[in-house]
Design a binder for this molecule. Sequence first.
Ligand code: NAD
Length: 499
Amino acid sequence: MTDIGHWINGKLVPGTSGRFTEVFNPATGEVQARVALATVAELNAAVADAAKAQIKWAATNPQRRARVMMAFGALINANMEKLAEMVSREHGKTIPDARGDVQRGLEVIEVCMGAPALLKGEATDNAGPGIDIYSMRQALGVVAGITPFNFPAMIPLWKMGPALSSGNAMILKPSERTPSTSIFLAQLLQEAGLPDGVLQVVNGDKETVDAILDNDTIQAVGFVGSTPIAQYIYGRAAANGKRAQCFGGAKNHMIIMPDADLDKAADALVGAGYGAAGERCMAISVAVPVGEKTADRLIEKLLPRIEKLKVGPYTAGDDVDFGPVITAASRDRIKGLINSGVDQGAKLVVDGRNINIQGYENGFYVGPTLFDDVTTDMDIYKQEIFGPVLSVVRKGTYEEALNLVIDNEYGNGTAIFTADGDTARDFASRVNVGMVGINFPIPVPLSYYTFGGWKKSAFGDLNQYGPDAFRFYTKTKTVTARWFSGIKDGAALNFKALD
Ligand code: NAD
């Protein structure tokens, strides 16, 4: 059995806590490794070393730091297949999807190659007699990233890139379900020229996370995961005086208008609902057709597409559309929710509970599942299922469909499929959701925009990646400077406007 430790001061180190958790291969159900869970003392030691390394790193000129990002990007590209396999082995997603996971993280690193331009301050000359004012963005010091299981490459890269290229040191605590990719990325960063200690990958669970939240040296926490944990981490980090941005769960709706191209809408729903077994925070889990005729035709179009979906292990290559879910507990929870949907009166159109993959009977599989006639009081509507389950909530009018989205407690992503520009524009303007797609089911913004939900999908301020991330990981210092040539002597006692 492989033991996965931590990446500290540029070396792999075993954990000393004696506490481990199992890392599964979800495709087979086998335990493939144990990951060490760091103690408070291990975390604090890693932070202390990171603080020392950060001083020199912050003093390194920004262009040299950007060059590390350039070399890192090249290494990610060169190791794409190895990274994708690593992601699939611990997560279960297909290899093409895992390549996308790495690629969307790499795109953020590409923006970080231009970090010096994003880190510039502002300046005003002659703001008063002999007075110039200028501002600068300085690194915070040691910051932390705490990441979820579902994008083992992309989300750690979203955290590392902006934090490190801004001159911070980072403690990265990846998900204990998918720890290997973060350690390998840290090794690539070392090869790219990142000084030892600037990125510490500390594996762990709640005990480790609490140690991060209570450590006085850590200045900021960037979290991604489920809503209850996001809210908890935001509260505790803020109470301890840290800057925090905590991105949570989602329930993403797609409205399908009667004038939409229903073939395109059905294709989009199948991809966005079942891709990665529904384990994406931007997955569409609720389809909202407007009008009974639209709903009936949509279901007609969905059925053959769903029947064609192939579920299986990532090792089966192109023969598989999506893989298992992350753990046996997650599979059982999803099946329990499907049972509840049936009990609470939803119409189960496609049942994924009894899937059996030959040779992979112990893998954590759930087949594609489709519910019709779902109502807002049902658990399958209220909870984030995070599995391959699509619910159809029928609405009579556009206003009713829009209000359904507005009233939902989550606000990560949403989409509308329509041929009418006015409706699309109205939707984009009025909906209270952070990322909106128009005839585009998973509107994850490109790396030079920013990513973030509204309502219970995000706590704190500023989004992930793009310009917002550079604001989050730096603080502004403003300098007012006066030089005395030609200025009369005399003390100024009043607080007054500059001449
Ligand atoms: P999770 O909340 O269980 O875990 C996320 C991180 O928090 C992990 O590193 C984990 O070790 C840690 N953690 C778990 N329980 C904790 C506790 N009690 N105290 C302190 N730390 C704890 O999330 P997950 O299951 O790994 O990921 C899936 C969730 O992440 C879904 O809800 C999904 O929507 C969400 N997600 C959100 C975004 C986004 O940007 N909004 C992106 C991806 C995933």
